[in-house]
Design a protein around this ligand. Structure first.
Ligand code: HEM
Length: 226
């Protein structure tokens, strides 16, 4: 047990935990985007889907609390690894040589921090409905919470459109590097697997960003409306 904790506290252990927690969060993001695409099928589909999730309170809260614990672990181990890496560097580089590092890998801390801010804002906005409580509690004709109406109302506001699109840029950059790096941290270093996963990260990131952006822009341009 003590050995296991010792291993977790090493940077290799931290990398594995960051990779595993990151993959779980990426899984949620893909699943969430696929669920949200039901906005294109109209109010019935999206509101019934949201009601289905809310009708299983034990499962819903188990998933919510698990996600929260995973996010907390992901942030804690990432900060720890960044501090360890910084300490391990004998002198600060005077000039930064970024020739081989991609934009995504250089901006992981920035995009990760922006995503945390976005998630807090997003929960306040669409899950808690604190920006407009009267709208949040509105029901549709079937008596379900009108999640479709909330989402459509949100993206008719240009400020919210900009916030959500900016979040997609941060999400895309973070995911594209994180997924490929996770597979490497998990020791999948075979040349063929390496090539596959290097391509899979950006591909999944693009699909998620395109899916989410399509929702925001389709509403902003009136293709989907209440
Ligand atoms: C255009 C993009 C997005 C749309 C339209 C959207 C829509 C929604 C909606 C409508 C809810 C509330 C569901 C309900 O009240 O039943 C929600 C909850 C949530 N969203 Fe998003 N979302 C988007 C992007 C994201 C992203 C990028 C993340 C994470 C990085 C995220 C994380 C969450 C979380 C954690 C919840 C709380 C789930 C729960 O209720 O337990 N969302 N989203």
């Amino acid at each position: 047990m003590i050995r296991l904790f010792g291993h977790i506290l090493t940077s290799l252990g931290s990398k594995v935990l960051i990779a595993l927690s990151g993959l779980a969060l990426a899984g949620f993001v893909v699943f969430h985007m696929l669920g949200n695409l039901q906005v294109f099928q109209g109010p019935d589909a999206l509101n019934s889907y949201a009601a289905l999730l809310r009708d299983m309170p034990i499962a819903l809260w188990t998933v919510r609390l698990t996600l929260l614990a995973i996010v907390a672990a992901h942030i804690a181990f990432s900060v720890r690894l960044a501090i360890d890496n910084h300490r391990a560097r004998p002198v600060d580089y005077v000039t930064h040589r970024y020739r081989r590092a991609s934009l995504a890998s250089r901006t992981m801390a920035l995009t990760g921090s922006l995503l945390v801010l976005f998630i807090v804002f997003h929960l306040v906005h669409l899950t808690a409905g604190w920006l407009d409580p009267s709208l949040h509690n509105r029901l549709d004709v079937r008596g379900h919470r009108d999640v479709f109406g909330n989402v459509v109302h949100a993206f008719q506001n240009p400020v919210l459109v900009v916030i959500y699109l900016a979040a997609q840029a941060a999400l895309g950059l973070h995911l594209s590097h994180a997924l490929s790096a996770s597979f490497q941290s998990l020791g999948m270093e075979h040349p063929m697997l390496d090539r596959l996963f290097r391509g899979a990260g950006p591909l999944i990131a693009i699909l998620v960003v395109v899916g989410n952006t399509a929702i925001v822009l389709a509403i902003a341009f009136g293709l989907v409306h209440a």
